[in-house]
Design a protein around this ligand. Structure first.
Ligand code: MG
Length: 253
């Protein structure tokens, strides 16, 4: 069942999202060659708890950490590790969630480690752009498929592909709620968007083929062809005034 949130609940979720955005800023500042993804995880968990929250991911379905750290060909769900160190030229997708005052917020960004290739930067930029283009369709009365259609159009017209196996989702008292929010789809299809719906829109865009596979650890989801992948996510509320991003950190370009 899709549950609409009250204005008071959305206000709490916005506070959760603001705090989470501050955590993302800290992680952005910490990303550099030589840093391990476990160090990033520690920074995130400490900050989330300092801000009065609880990491949403830790323990969820058995995930062992507070962030997903997904380098290069890893699409999502990379497990932080002491030996997994960032290298010049990598791209890293960081996905974080926190529960604050009973409500979750969820966001992801892909960052450059040092200097990266123009093509990798274009992948990051198009992934971000596909989110914001899709968001324009997150209006009361539209359907979920209208968002995914636009995300897909943006990514594919730039020569990239859209991951099918993983999708966005409703957010609220649980991190993952209904409905599913695919990054592909047909206009006019899927659940209707209603006032007070809160969803995470999270394009996962590949430089090569759209297919992915899960590694033996049961979590790490990589591109089937080894090409790079980028991820961008915000938690957003559907309101009478239009879509409102509840998470909002941006890299200054
Ligand atoms: Mg999510």
């Amino acid at each position: 069942m899709i549950e609409a949130k009250s204005q008071a609940e959305i206000a709490i979720m916005h506070e959760s999202g603001r705090r989470l955005s501050g955590v993302m800023k800290l992680l952005y500042e910490a990303v550099r060659p030589g840093v391990s993804t476990l160090e990033l995880d520690r920074i995130a968990e400490n900050e989330i708890r300092k801000l009065g929250g609880v990491p949403s991911f830790k323990g969820l379905y058995g995930f062992p950490a507070s962030i997903c750290a997904s380098i290069n060909e890893v699409i999502v769900h990379g497990i932080p590790g002491k030996k997994t160190k960032l290298k010049e030229g990598d791209i890293i997708g960081i996905d974080i969630g926190m529960c604050y005052n009973g409500f979750h917020s969820d966001m992801a960004r892909t960052f450059a480690v040092g200097t990266i290739s123009d093509e990798d930067q274009r992948l990051i930029d198009v992934t971000r752009e596909s989110f914001w283009n899709g968001l324009k369709f997150a209006k009361i009365g539209n359907r979920i498929g209208d968002i995914g259609h636009e995300v897909q159009r943006t990514a594919e017209s730039a020569g990239f592909s859209v991951v099918r196996e993983m999708v966005g989702h409703g957010v609220g008292k649980k991190l993952h709620e209904e409905p599913e929010v695919p990054n592909f789809g047909k206009k006019g299809h899927g659940p209707r968007l209603i006032d007070g719906m809160v969803i995470a829109i999270e394009p996962m865009i590949n430089a090569g083929v759209k297919e992915g596979k899960t590694l033996a650890d049961g979590w790490t989801f990589v591109t089937a062809d080894g090409a790079k992948s980028a991820h961008y996510e915000n938690t957003i509320a559907i309101t009478q005034e239009g879509p409102v991003a509840l998470t909002e950190f941006e890299v200054e370009l």
